[in-house]
Design a protein around this ligand. Structure first.
Ligand code: SF4
Ligand code: F3S
Length: 106
């Protein structure tokens, strides 16, 4: 499956959700995750993210391996999102910022 990683936190642009043919994106307060049980590896979402936060599970950046389990766990708790919505007003300021995991809201 594909995995949403750290750069999405507090950016949450949601361009990714509209292309998913199996509606497997789930939305939390300031982050989105992919349900690994539903993802069919179609690859469509990966290029949609303007800040390249989506990776195949086998290619998650070093140090971000925890996001594999986070996607699996949080997708069970959060509701599905299928339509694009406005990003947070300060999304731009958070692009590429390090150490955003501690800011993840559940
Ligand atoms: Fe959905 Fe395809 Fe992305 Fe998986 S790879 S989350 S199926 S768009
Ligand atoms: Fe996040 Fe990128 Fe989608 S910022 S919500 S993975 S478009």
């Amino acid at each position: 499956p594909f995995v949403v990683t750290e750069n999405c936190i507090k950016c949450k642009y949601t361009d990714c959700v509209e292309v998913c043919p199996v509606d497997c994106f789930h939305e939390g307060p300031n982050f989105l995750v992919i349900d690994p049980e539903e993802c069919i590896d179609c690859t469509l979402c990966e290029p949609e993210c303007p800040i390249s936060a989506i990776y195949p599970e086998d290619d998650v950046p070093a140090g971000q391996e925890a996001f594999i389990q986070l996607n699996a766990d949080l997708s069970q708790l959060w509701p599905v999102l299928t339509e694009r919505k406005d990003a947070p007003e300060d999304a731009k300021e958070w692009e590429g910022k390090p150490d955003k995991l501690k800011l993840l809201e559940r």
